[in-house]
Design a protein around this ligand. Structure first.
Ligand code: DC
Length: 213
């Protein structure tokens, strides 16, 4: 079972990370969260005060970057970075740059058991020939409720209607952009994650055992 690739696509806050982490630890697959790369690039642009309405300025900055970190820190989880990542993700040159980083990641780790890679276009564009494709589906209201609880539990201030509005706005941006919009990839298995995580895990385990022999 070497070098298998599992792709996980789905909208914001649909539980892709939790599902990826579960697969990664149970099957010893290397996890790559492609959203981190978009978020990291957004942070670089923000800190360098790049005008993100100007494609030439973004291109110039990308040409100056030697590497992008894969680290998940609190700094890249803010609402400002979520929105900026979604904004710059519309540009094809940004997507090509991030896709290259993903291909390098797989190349560098090719002695690993396999990979679980999550994002918006992984099964539809980046790894079209993946061994198994999953698409996670959860209603916006449930996603907003979960995100709201997460923020309150971690001691942050949060307003449910505001979160729901932001989630719907990000869905619209991710689904309606011209390049690599969020779609259900051809051949993907749809995973209903509206219910308990235990139920989702049960479905995924059955699917993986059947498909990854
Ligand atoms: O998964 P996330 O919330 O960390 O992703 C942040 C943004 O990055 C998302 O709104 C759109 C963009 N993104 C993308 O366009 N394609 C990906 N494969 C991953 C993320």
């Amino acid at each position: 079972m070497k070098n298998k690739i599992i792709t996980i696509d789905g909208p914001a806050a649909s539980g892709k990370e939790k599902i990826s982490k579960y697969i990664s630890s149970k099957w010893k697959f290397k996890h790559l969260d492609s959203g981190v790369l978009y978020r990291r690039l957004a942070l670089i642009l923000l800190e360098a005060k790049v005008n993100t309405n100007n494609v030439f300025e973004i291109k110039k900055k990308i040409n100056q970057i030697s590497t992008i970190s894969y680290r998940k820190t609190k700094k890249i989880r803010t609402q400002r970075i979520s929105q900026l990542a979604s904004k710059i993700a519309i540009y094809s040159f940004v997507r090509e740059y991030i896709n290259k980083l993903q291909y390098n990641f797989v190349k560098k780790n090719k002695n690993k058991q396999g990979f679980v890679i999550d994002g918006r276009d992984i099964g539809s564009v980046v790894f079209k020939k993946a061994d198994l494709k999953l698409y996670i589906e959860v209603k916006p209201e449930i996603r907003a409720k979960r995100r709201y609880k997460q923020l309150i539990d971690s001691g942050e201030k949060s307003i449910y209607p505001k979160i729901l509005k932001e989630i719907k706005l990000r869905d619209k941006k991710d689904k309606q952009r011209k390049h690599s919009p969020l779609v259900i990839p051809k051949g993907a298995h749809i995973i209903d994650n509206n219910g308990s995580f235990r139920k989702t895990v049960k479905n995924i385990t059955e699917l993986l055992e059947k498909n990854l022999k």
